[in-house]
Design a protein. Structure first.
Length: 129
């Protein structure tokens, strides 16, 4: 065992966790500041402002929203937008199902005829000793 490499892995893992915690704090601060600044931009009639070498601007995005999925699918089909409708499944949910089947000693290949298979991914993790 290369203990120096192992120590480096642990050191980098600790640093990563520290950075992730700091990122959570920064994201929370930004989330509390943004609505106030948005109001300031609107009140002052601004769409952008330059400060400290950065251009802060209002960015508009449009996202689809619906209350009833079945009605949304129906209206897309009746208005000729069939290409935006597809039958699908949630990969995370199916992965959870595969973990349950694995815990029960069942083989997904036998159940799903090899169409859906179990992909085992291994990685190193850490926890306090």
């Amino acid at each position: 065992m290369d203990t120096e490499l192992l120590k480096s892995f642990v050191e980098q893992t600790k640093w990563k966790k520290e950075l992730e915690e700091n990122l959570k704090i920064v994201k929370a601060k930004l989330a509390s500041i943004e609505p106030v600044l948005m109001d300031n931009f609107v009140e002052d009639g601004l769409t952008s402002a330059k400060i400290d070498g950065l251009n802060v601007y209002i960015h508009k995005q449009i996202w689809a929203k619906y209350d009833d999925k079945e009605k949304a699918i129906a209206v897309l089909k009746t208005t000729g937008y069939n290409e935006y409708v597809s039958e699908t499944f949630n990969t995370q949910s199916v992965s959870s199902l595969l973990r349950e089947l694995d815990a029960e000693g069942k083989n997904p290949d036998d159940i799903f005829a090899g169409v859906i298979t179990k992909n085992e991914v291994f990685s190193l993790r850490t926890r306090k000793a």
